[in-house]
Design a protein around this ligand. Structure first.
Ligand SMILES: Nc1ncnc2c1ncn2[C@@H]1O[C@H](COP(=O)(O)OP(=O)(O)OP(=O)(O)O)[C@@H](O)[C@H]1O
Ligand SMILES: [Mg+2]
Length: 330
């Protein structure tokens, strides 16, 4: 089998601000053609990680390797990495064409060549019609594409995108995600993007790295993050509802997703605390005798305090907050 080529490798990367460790000895390999998402709560170091990769922030120790070459001591313009900032950082006094052409002008490329490259990038991103428009007169989604096109014309080895969808409204977000995936498929380039919204990672990524306090808790497909989270922290963080836990023995917990439980029958019981409607599915949030909050799928809203019986079809076992195994009940 053909070995996948490593596009970027981080070795023992540590970054501190003052005494605060923001990136804690990170080791990571990202392969060519991946669409890799970095997911995590606010303040966990997601943006800092991208800034260290692109070279606008120096690491305290460790190295960044792109295409097998150590770029740790190289300035941003020598790393062949393009970063699209959350704010897009477009120049308001230039039109769309001027913005996309800017890095090529800086590189003193000749005019015809610039025109060709800008037109190709604009066509790929579907913004050919607005090349003459002023930046102030285009929508959020169009600005995002302009910023992407500007990164694209440099033909970087790697694209870094910091929260690329956060300025878009919910309807456009979905299309933008699909477009990012298409762009990746067309270019075959490697993309790393940051988000703190897990819905943005569930169907377009190759892998998702869950960052918590400067460390990756788990790097996996979204499906595995949901089904077999490696720690109770990931189990709590991933999913529309946190994973439900009940005590097993002294240092063991049983964890389950709402759809892994059958409510209405079974030997376990819990008291209804609140009904929660998500889409058109009703969930029963319940409290067990020993004080655990759990979420069950319920067929209708019930009175608070109702005792609900349930049993499990499937569950995970966690020991000292670490995944041990998954059990399917016959
Ligand atoms: N230049 C700086 N000087 C000092 N502290 C900083 C600096 N930049 C970031 N930090 C701190 O480092 C930590 C990580 O910040 P970072 O911006 O990487 O988080 P993030 O995961 O991107 O968060 P968000 O989801 O809110 O964007 C935070 O505690 C932040 O306050
Ligand atoms: Mg950030």
């Amino acid at each position: 089998m053909k070995q996948k080529k490593v596009k970027i490798e981080l070795k023992n990367l540590t970054k501190k601000f003052g005494n605060k460790v923001v990136l804690d000895n990170i080791n990571l390999k990202i392969y060519e053609g991946e669409l890799f998402a970095i997911l995590g709560p606010s303040g966990t170091g997601k943006s800092t990680l991208l800034r260290v990769l692109v070279g606008i922030e120096d690491a305290d120790s460790g190295s960044v390797i792109v295409d097998g070459k150590d770029v740790t001591d190289l300035p941003p313009n020598k790393r062949n990495i393009a970063m699209v900032f959350q704010s897009y950082a477009l120049y308001p006094n230039m039109d769309v064409f001027g913005n996309i052409a800017f890095p090529l002008k800086i590189a003193r490329m000749d005019k015809q060549e610039i025109e060709k490259k800008v037109n190709t990038a604009a066509k790929l991103l579907g913004i050919s019609e607005i090349l003459k428009s002023s930046i102030n007169k285009i929508s959020g989604g169009q600005k995002q594409r302009v910023a992407l096109a500007r990164a694209l014309v440099r033909k970087p080895a790697l694209f870094l995108l910091d929260e690329p969808f956060s300025n878009l409204d919910a309807r456009v977000r979905f299309t933008a995600r699909e477009e990012l995936k298409k762009l990746r498929d067309n270019l075959g380039s490697t993309f790393i993007y940051v988000t703190h919204d897990q819905r943005e990672t569930s169907n377009i990524t190759t892998r998702v790295g869950v960052l918590n306090k400067g460390k990756f808790e788990q790097i996996d497909s979204f499906e595995n993050l949901y089904n077999t989270p490696s720690t109770t922290w990931v189990a709590d963080f991933i999913g529309n509802f946190p994973m439900s836990f009940i005590s097993k023995s002294k240092d063991e917990l049983i964890g389950f997703r709402p759809e892994w439980a059958v409510a209405g029958k079974g030997s376990m019981t819990a008291k209804l605390v609140t009904n929660e409607l998500s889409g058109n599915i009703n969930y029963w949030m319940c409290e067990t005798k020993d004080g655990h909050m759990i979420t069950l799928v319920g067929n209708m809203p019930l009175k608070v305090g109702t005792e609900i019986h349930f049993k499990l079809k499937k569950y995970n076992i966690y020991k000292n907050d670490t995944f041990v195994k998954q059990v399917n009940v016959k």
